[in-house]
Design a protein around this ligand. Structure first.
Ligand SMILES: NC(=O)c1ccc[n+]([C@@H]2O[C@H](COP(=O)([O-])OP(=O)(O)OC[C@H]3O[C@@H](n4cnc5c(N)ncnc54)[C@H](O)[C@@H]3O)[C@@H](O)[C@H]2O)c1
Ligand SMILES: [Zn+2]
Length: 356
């Protein structure tokens, strides 16, 4: 059984509880008084029995987990449903779904009557290992991702790994991309173990719960030290500068966690070329990523596109982007990088080498 985790947020403490089966999850959720439940539409289709049982105790609404719905319009729909239910200050909102449902519903929980209690049940690997803690909520605005946002930590998170059974492989690769990121940042021993377990038995790994736990332990350290993301928490953006650029350049055909994997490799290559990262560590990570993660999307992207989209990063200033670069495992710096000809040459040379 996986150990639970306790997260110390600024004004409250909340627990991440590992629930063994869907039956236990239903029992636990059925004990929550005056709650309204919002369920990812895919979960409704894949787990009709779960929804039916929850409906005996709570009003249940469905939310489409699309980026188009992660907008003010999608949030308004949830607000209208809360309003129809006459939600009040003592209502608890429960969300069951991936990061999209979490973002929409927690955003609404934040603003409705200046804040309602929010309980989250993540159903994707990415949401279980990463987004479920940290309290961030974000909506897209006029095509810009996560432009509107707030911090609204949950009251509790329940992780039930039964949900992983119905995820597509790509969704599992995405989650593992974020887990590997967290382990490189904070637990190199775990990185070595997880790497070898993945290489041995593949993406549907029997140790996934332990991997989720190990990832969350690292994230916990950073969010507890810097909840509002003004200092060390920014290290969690490792791989995200070029990761976001890859998502944009492929018009989101490359999913987020996989884009982060290649964003990590590109950032490491730059760190290696700048003499910050040893060849051995660069190659260790790069060889693993190349062996394990899907690479198809990478072949469609050019260095011109990457530089163009990286410049649009919300953290870029006067032509410089702030990049998280690895100096060694567990040792990272925030470095202003000018996206000049030299960097473009580095990106081109990485693209030439990745097929080797
Ligand atoms: N708030 C945060 O801290 C934070 C952190 C990281 C990412 N995010 C956001 O999370 C979103 C991505 O979330 P995600 O990767 O969890 O995916 P998602 O919520 O976009 O879901 C992906 C797809 O999987 C389906 N799905 C969900 N659970 C399933 C299951 N158990 N079986 C089968 N299908 C299932 C969904 O319906 C959807 O079609 C992005 O919008 C990103 O910006 C938020
Ligand atoms: Zn991410």
């Amino acid at each position: 059984m996986t150990q639970n985790l306790s997260i110390h947020s600024n004004n409250k403490k909340y627990n991440v509880v590992f629930v063994e089966t869907l039956v236990q999850l239903i029992e636990t959720l059925s004990e929550i008084p005056s709650c309204i439940t919002f369920v990812d539409s895919s979960i409704q289709k894949l787990y009709p029995g779960l929804v039916e049982k929850l409906s005996a105790h709570s009003s249940v609404y469905f939310v489409d987990a699309t980026e188009e719905n992660k907008t003010l319009r999608g949030a308004e729909r949830v607000i209208q449903q809360l309003s129809a239910e006459k939600a009040n200050k003592s209502t608890t909102i429960v969300a069951i779904g991936g990061g999209v449902v979490q973002d929409i519903v927690s955003f609404v929980a934040h603003i409705y009557f200046r804040g309602l209690k929010f309980i989250f049940v993540p159903t994707t690997l990415l949401a279980m290992c990463d987004s479920c803690i940290g309290g961030k909520c974000g909506l897209n605005f006029h095509g810009y991702k996560n432009q509107l946002g707030a911090f609204h930590p949950p009251e509790k998170v329940f992780i039930c790994h039964d949900f992983l059974m119905t995820l597509e492989d790509d969704a599992l690769y995405c989650g593992y991309g974020e887990i590997i990121k967290l382990l490189l940042i904070g637990d190199i021993e775990a990185y070595v173990n997880v790497k070898s377990q993945l290489l041995k038995s593949g993406i549907r790994n029997k140790n996934v719960l332990q991997h989720i736990y190990q990832g969350l332990v690292i994230k916990k350290k950073f969010i507890e030290e810097d909840e509002y993301d003004v200092g060390v928490r920014q290290i969690l953006n490792y791989g995200h500068t070029f990761g976001h650029a890859l998502e944009l350049a492929t018009q989101y055909a490359m999913p987020h966690g996989i884009a982060v994997v290649w964003g990590i490799c590109l950032a490491n290559y730059i760190a290696f070329q700048k003499g910050l990262l040893s060849k051995q560590n660069y190659e260790d990570v790069n060889q693993f990523m190349k062996h394990f993660f899907p690479m198809d999307g990478l072949k469609t992207v050019s260095s011109d596109q990457l530089i163009l989209f990286a410049q649009q990063d919300k953290k870029s200033k006067e032509g410089k982007i702030m990049m998280i670069l690895m100096k060694d495992f567990e040792n990272f710096i925030l470095e202003p990088v000018v996206l000049d000809h030299e960097v473009q040459v580095m990106l081109d040379s990485y693209f030439e080498s990745y097929t080797l």
